[in-house]
Ligand binder design. Structure first.
Ligand SMILES: C[S@@+](CC[C@H](N)C(=O)[O-])C[C@H]1O[C@@H](n2cnc3c(N)ncnc32)[C@H](O)[C@@H]1O
Length: 225
């Protein structure tokens, strides 16, 4: 539940720090349209665990074209913080298909504009790899979550140093970031998650076996405010 519903109090829209790239944005919307089901099939067990029993109102950072709507109950509300306009048409269509009320905010996760301690649940998948400043995003999550609220995440991270996957991630970092609009395959996201001031952070590391080798090392978990 969020305070001030339905006219959720907001500061003026902010997309500072995010540049929409029409061509690559459209490419990525189409890419996730085609490859999304395969990605979701790979991570389904982890999402089932961390996205179980979502409350009736959820804030999602970087919703993309809406793969996480399937974890929400029809009739519930998703406040989607997604600055990438080329994703919006598919996201709206997905929300309609799933019967979820979509409150779409063209903003960055660093500046959601939501009030302090107003939110019970924030989720993200494959987003902390792409935001300009993960620590700033996590500070924002802490700011908007009520005590007892949860931040639930599924993210890809850097492989352990010296492993073949890590060497490949290093080699691919530039074309990967160019193609996927700033996505880094070299972040150790467990460190900022544990440093963000949550009461408790449960993190499970795991490995996928997909052809997207540099994205196969992942974490999923829940941080408690
Ligand atoms: C790899 S996609 C993942 C999309 C979706 N969450 C999924 O699991 O398919 C990364 C998403 O993060 C969004 N994004 C990038 N920078 C962002 C920011 N600063 N704030 C919020 N979203 C951001 C992108 O527009 C994109 O939709």
């Amino acid at each position: 539940m969020i305070d001030d519903e339905p006219a959720l109090a907001m500061t003026p829209a902010s997309t500072t720090g995010f540049a929409v790239h029409k061509g690559r944005g459209a490419f990525n919307a189409a890419f996730f349209g085609v490859m999304g089901p395969y990605i979701e099939w790979n991570v389904r067990a982890h999402k089932r665990r961390v996205f179980a029993d979502l409350p009736p109102t959820v804030v999602e950072l970087g919703s993309g074209i809406g793969p996480n709507l399937r974890w929400m109950t029809p009739g519930s509300t998703l406040v989607a913080v997604e600055p990438n306009v080329p994703m919006h048409r598919r996201l709206r269509a997905a929300a309609a298909r799933h019967g979820v009320n979509l409150d779409l905010r063209e903003r960055v996760a660093e500046h959601t504009g939501l009030p302090n301690r107003s939110v019970d649940c924030v989720i993200s998948s494959l987003v902390l790899c792409t935001v300009a400043d993960p620590a700033a995003v996590l500070a924002e999550v802490r700011r908007i979550l009520r005590p007892g609220g949860t931040y639930r995440f599924v993210e890809h991270i850097a492989a352990p140093a010296g492993t073949p996957t890590r060497i490949l991630q290093r080699a691919l970092r530039r074309p990967w970031a160019w193609t996927f609009e700033g996505c880094s395959c070299e972040r150790d996201l467990a460190v900022p998650l544990r440093a963000a001031g949550f009461c408790r952070v449960d993190i499970q590391p795991y490995r996928l076996h997909s052809p997207f080798v540099s994205f196969n090392t992942q974490i999923a978990g829940v941080a408690h405010a």
